[in-house]
Design a protein around this ligand. Structure first.
Ligand code: NZQ
Ligand code: ZN
Length: 391
């Protein structure tokens, strides 16, 4: 295991009815004037918007609001948010929604405190050192942004989707009521579950030896997701299954499963190109890319694919032909994704084979290799994209 630091100060308020605590938590974490940030309307339809406002008013917390965050959030709305927050002298950003709303909120929170253009955090990977506090009322289990120090934004000028990071971006609090996720449709539920599973895989497929604590944590989370996801697709209001998925989504990405080990992230970077070009739902793009990445890597580097198969997918170990075990694990994962309605090919997400060279060039614009479990070359990445472009 490698040396590491881990500081995860988010206060989690988990369970039924917890959104009633919003106003109290904003005050507890120093907010007196809030920018309430949300998406395209799901929170108004579900009544959550009214409940959050009632909670802010009950505590005498003043607020202004900015809705309209789109999935794969854009830079344009962030500029609007920064301007509004400065004009209104906001001291706290409250994200009510999913990863897109949270990431847009984090971008605003960082931008308000920065003299330059906030987009530099994303273009130049400058670490964010100062930001307004962000609070979250989570409505979808997926991105894990409620516990992570990361934010992902699509730069509307360059059409590039990229991340920025900074420990100050970990939310001050996250309200997590599994009931708020009952209204998700099966596609968003499955895409969220896929994202959660790939957050774990990006950490699990690592060359750092002897990380048994995090290896076993990763396997437990993957097994939980494989068990609970079909249950919520069958029965969207299954509270216990939703609750387990929601907490798994946070644990998958606040990095408790990634400390002390090299991480991969190639699948995410290949997927971000799809989201940027075709506005693909992030988890659905990952469902296309990650199994292809696995098939590409297993040929030369089967080691971690064996416990992935035996511990997560229950494949019996074939001592005569261990590669068979590894391949069967990947097949069961792909079958699982099919069973929850996730896509497997470019044609299912509207992506075009002709764009592969553009995506590859963008990935390698500032680096020579991609990922770590195997350091992928341009040829490797082209071949992974081609595998699913032809599927
Ligand atoms: O906009 P509204 O109307 O709220 O609808 C949303 C949106 O259309 C809807 N939705 C959310 N909660 C709902 C609901 N519909 C009904 N009932 C509810 N309870 O779901 C749609 C998707 O929402 P979004 O916030 O985009 O989903 P998700 O949480 O998957 O976030 C995806 C974004 O997060 C980024 C992705 O790249 C993508 O841009 N990521 C952020 C990470 C981070 N900050 O750490 C890590 C991830 O790897 C990921 O890259
Ligand atoms: Zn993700």
């Amino acid at each position: 295991m490698e040396n590491f630091t881990f500081y995860s100060p988010t206060f989690f308020d988990f369970g039924r009815g917890t959104e009633k605590d919003t106003g109290k938590l904003v005050k507890r974490f120093g907010g007196s004037k809030v920018l309430l940030h949300y998406g395209g309307g799901s929170i108004k339809k579900s009544g959550l918007y009214d409940r959050v406002i009632a909670s802010l008013k009950a505590e005498g917390v003043d607020f202004v609001e900015l809705g309209g965050v789109k999935p794969n959030p854009r830079s344009g709305l962030v500029y609007e948010g920064i301007e509004l927050a400065r004009k209104e002298k906001v001291d706290f950003v409250l994200a009510v929604g999913g990863g897109s709303v949270i990431d847009s909120s984090k971008a605003i929170a960082a931008g308000v405190c920065y003299d330059g253009d906030f987009i530099e955090f994303y273009r130049s990977r400058i670490v964010v050192e100062e930001a307004l506090p962000v609070g979250v009322v989570l409505t979808i289990a997926a991105a894990g942004s409620e516990g992570s120090p990361n934010t992902v934004i699509t730069d509307e000028e360059t059409k590039i989707k990229s991340g920025a990071t900074g420990e100050v971006l970990r939310p001050a609090f996250a309200i997590m009521n599994p009931e708020l996720t009952f209204t998700l449709d099966p596609y968003q539920t499955a895409a969220g579950a896929t994202d959660i599973m790939i957050h774990i895989c990006e950490r699990y497929f690592s060359n750092t030896p002897e990380c048994t604590t995090t290896d076993r944590l990763c396997e437990a989370l993957l097994k939980t997701m494989a068990y609970e996801t079909p249950r919520v697709i069958q029965k969207p209001d299954d509270y216990e299954a939703r609750a387990n998925i929601m907490w798994a989504g946070m644990v998958a990405h606040n990095n408790i499963c990634g400390v002390g080990r090299e991480q991969d992230w190639a699948s995410h970077h290949l997927e971000h190109e799809l989201s940027a070009l075709y506005d693909v739902t992030h988890g659905a793009g990952l469902a296309v890319i990650a199994p292809a990445w696995m098939k590409h890597c297993v040929a030369t580097h089967p080691e971690k694919f064996i416990p992935f198969a035996t511990e997560v997918w229950g494949v019996p170990f074939d001592s005569i032909n261990p590669m068979q075990t590894a391949l069967e694990g990947i097949k069961r994962f792909r079958d699982f994704l099919d069973s929850i309605g996730m896509p497997a090919s470019f044609s299912q997400i509207g992506a075009k084979k002709d764009d592969i060279p553009v995506m590859v060039d963008r990935i390698f614009a500032k680096k020579k290799t991609e990922g770590h479990y195997i350091e992928l070359t341009k040829e490797d990445v082209t071949s992974i994209y081609n595998m699913v472009a032809d599927a």
